[in-house]
Design a protein around this ligand. Sequence first.
Ligand SMILES: [Zn+2]
Length: 220
Amino acid sequence: MDSSRPMCLLMAGSPGSGKGTHSRRLANDLGISHIATGDLLREQVAADTPLGREAKVYMDRGDYVPDKVMVDMIRHRLSEPDAEKGFILDGYPRTQTQATELDKMLADLGQQIDAVIILEVPVDEIVERLSARRTCPACQRAYHMRDDPPADDERCDDDGAPLERRTDDEPDTVRHRLKVYADRTAGVIEHYDVDSVVRRVNGEASVDEVAKRIDEALGL
Ligand SMILES: [Zn+2]
C-alpha cells in the first residue's frame, strides 16, 4: 500500500457479519476515522438537519435512504478535517451509483480506495447469530444467547427485565434481509473487483481470529 497518502478502506459485509466491530477495531489500530453510515444517519436525524429530516421519511417507512441523500451525507462527512488522516467507511457504498460518486469525491480530494474488505459469513451462521440476539427493553443492553447470555434465563443481568428479540432478527426476516443485501451489493463488489482492491476475508471465527485475518489480508 502507498503510505505517502492517507489510507482509505471500505468494509463490506451483510447484517450480522461483524463489520461494525471490525471497522471500529481497525480504525483504532490504524489511527484513522471510522465512518459508519448508520451512525451518520442517526446523528443527522437527532440534530434535525434538512438532510436528517429528508432521510427520516424513508427510515420511518423502513425503506432504504435514496442514493442522493446518502451521497450528500458522505460528501459532507469526508470534507471534515479528520477525514484527511484516512478513514474506513462502514456500510457504504451500498449501490453502484454510490460507488461511482464516491470515486469522484475521492478523486477531488486526491485520495483513492486502498482496499475493500468483504467479510464473508455463511447464511446459516448469520441467521444463528442474529436470531440469538436479545435486547433489554429497559436499559438497551445487548445479549447473545449463545456467546454472551444473561446469568438468569432470558432476563437482564442489570434490572431483571425480560429480554426481547428485534422483529427483524427473526430467522425468516434475516433471510430476507440477506437476500436484499446480496442483490444490492453484487454490483458494488464488481465495481471494485476491476481495480483488484477487493480482499475477501472468512468471517466465520472468533473476533480475535477474524481481526488477524483482516490484518493479514491488508498486509499489516
Ligand atoms: Zn436491562
